[in-house]
Design a protein around this ligand. Sequence first.
Ligand SMILES: Cc1ncc(COP(=O)(O)O)c(C=O)c1O
Length: 450
Amino acid sequence: MVTMEQDYAAWVEQDQKQLHPLQNAARHTNPVVVERAEGVYLYTTDGRRILDGMAGLWNVNIGYGNTELPDVARDQMLQLPFTSNFAGMSNLPSIRLADKLSGYAYPALKTTCFTSGGSESNETAFKTARYYWRRLGKPEKIKIIARNAAYHGISMGATSATGISRYHTPFGPLVPGFLHIPNPNPHRYEGDLRPGETVGQAAARALEEAILREGPETVAAFIAEPIQGVGGVIVPPDDYFPLVRAICDKYEVLFIADEVITGFGRTGQMFGLTHWGVQPDILSFAKGITSGYIPLGGMQITDAIKDVIWNAPDADSWMHGFTYSGHATACAVGLRNVEIIERDGLVENSRVLGERLLKGLEGLLEFPQVDNVRGKGLLCGVEIVKDKQSRQPDMAFGNQIANTAMSMGLRTRVVGNALAFSPPLTITAAEVDTIVQTLGDALVKLNTPQ
Ligand SMILES: Cc1ncc(COP(=O)(O)O)c(C=O)c1O
């Protein structure tokens, strides 16, 4: 046990006995130990105040220090913290939240299955897609097509859908049946682009070609984040998702939208695909549903999928679920969190202040290493290169910028070729300006000979 009297060195020594996610364990020598947080600010044990430009891990949508959610959690814990949601049991918070979310993200998605996070939601989506086709007499339809630079989580199926090799190599072999195609990065399209074709058309064609190459009778689903987050905040061109939707329909491939980041207001719309007027067949959500105050996630499905599950005989039931599916306390907190997002106009704040953030970041394009700035709502990326002639990504420099910004009181994170900005949706205009100013100061410092 560490006591409050111990100094930072002692905390670090203790902390090194823990295995931290996504960290080279031997390099965990100088951790930022956060003690408390308020609004958009983190306060560390060594007395620093840091503007959390990432809202935790893209999830603390209502900001830190909300006092309603703890009250809801406390009341629910005293009444009923948890009960099984398995095999014939249920609880009122999960019934209420499922009712609230019915048709909420997309009118066609009315049925919800709860999980505890994004990986579990995607795992649930993959298994449901396979189950659906098998019940319809098409058991060969098992393959899942995902995109390069996709991030879908850390469990084995979700890792296999993830399109970033660093997540694969330490843990192979991956689950069979997952394959990847180019993503529609308008700034750096890596696929084959024909004369006269837009990047959106080329990337959609890549999907169609993959389906035809594999055989439509073997493909269960296509999964995509509306805006790729961990892959580098990649915003697709406007023509991409309508084309994807049409291709999925043409070949009877289910379209899974992974809105773990883009859900619940992050992009200036309540859900991401609404920017392009498209509905998925299956939706994965997590993060913003509780703003990170307690773990919760879920999957939603169309009536067509629901009917197949509902009509199955007992011997072939949908045998899936987690201990914490429909967790009573998490669902009670989730419901209030969604009500707060609505009541406080946070989706509109995300849209309006997202435009301000994007415009401010665009001002940094004058620096030799800032090659591209993109985003929707309060989800923005700043691409970092060696120089604008070679346009070679330089994430070593990206990390230097992130570390310098951190020392100046701003938290950002290197993702793909970019620095990500995804602050709480409660952020003010002045705080948005602080993000831009601090990032600019970090760039000036690093461009000034020491
Ligand atoms: C798009 C996306 N999907 C899935 C996940 C995995 O969610 P979790 O870490 O809650 O399992 C993440 C996490 O960052 C994500 O960004």
